[in-house]
Design a protein around this ligand. Sequence first.
Ligand SMILES: *Cc1c(COP(=O)(O)O)cnc(C)c1O
Length: 359
Amino acid sequence: MRELLRENIANLTPYSCARNDFTGEAEVFLDANENWQDFVGKPDANRYPDPLATQLRKALQDVLGLAMSKTVIGNGSDELIDNLMRCFCRPGKDSVLLLPPTYGAYRVFADINDVTVHTVPLTPSFAIDIPGLTKFLEQEKLNRNENGRVKLLFICSPNNPTGNAFDRSVIEQVCSLFDGITVVDEAYYDFSNKESAVSLLENYPNLVVLRTLSKCWALASARVGIAIASEEIIAVLRSMKYPYNVGSPSQDLALHALSQAHQVQKGLALIKAERERMERALSQLDCVRTVFPSDANFFLVRVGNALAVYRYLLDRGIIVRNRSKELHCENCLRITIGSREENDRLLAELSSYKEEQDA
Ligand SMILES: *Cc1c(COP(=O)(O)O)cnc(C)c1O
């Protein structure tokens, strides 16, 4: 890991914030230039949040089994993706490897950080192309020099927008092929029956797993993402993040959600039941060519004319995502599994759709 890290990050003296300096019991806090007054009826709103989100990480350990020593909380997993690039990739020199079609944010953050993107596409059936990846990585090893190399490889599993998860054995294969940092984005992990990559951390110290409370935990507004990795990588991520990156209201919301794990499990069962129902119902529609199997809370659906169906639904107040421009996703829409009522409305509109309208 040390060899992969940018020199300036390795040598960083982290910002020392007031809330970190003192950890004991005290009653008078005059260390952080806060204002003691309360104008919003929330007693602690005038205090800076815990930079390490200690209570939240304890709850994640208790509820999800994620060891506190191996987690860092981000302002959504999006922040963690950006921070990983900033830790490891020298702008204008190093690069990342993506397996498209995949989550669009990886490329955007690479572009923002002036980090080159290489790709090894998934196969047309959305599997990881192990022979293609092996060949790419062999070539990359020959080409790398002090002016740059591939530092990060992003695997999204279950993958957005295709919906399929990869077997843990395949992810392990990738970890052993790649000598940089492998990042497994498990934003949709809860919806899948496949095993998490977290257990691979034991044998692959250069692995980072990302989770989020935005999807299954229904807290997209709170912006709470989680990175799970070796204590060394976690120490680096903690040293360079904005000290107060996740506000107290968000930490409190996250704690509240984790205390409702039982309810969340019930909600998850509901989504899985709707997923089964929608897979069958969507497949039977005239305008639908293929419903790709989903390990997530959305479907990738191939229709006759995606743009026409997209506009038809838009006119009726239903927004889906047109993914037609993504590799292997010609005429595909990505449709989130909503409430039973929302899904029924979608089905009703789609069943009245006439393909002749396409022209
Ligand atoms: C939704 C999503 C995220 C975003 O997570 P936040 O925690 O809300 O930033 C990350 N990765 C993938 C693949 C997603 O689809």
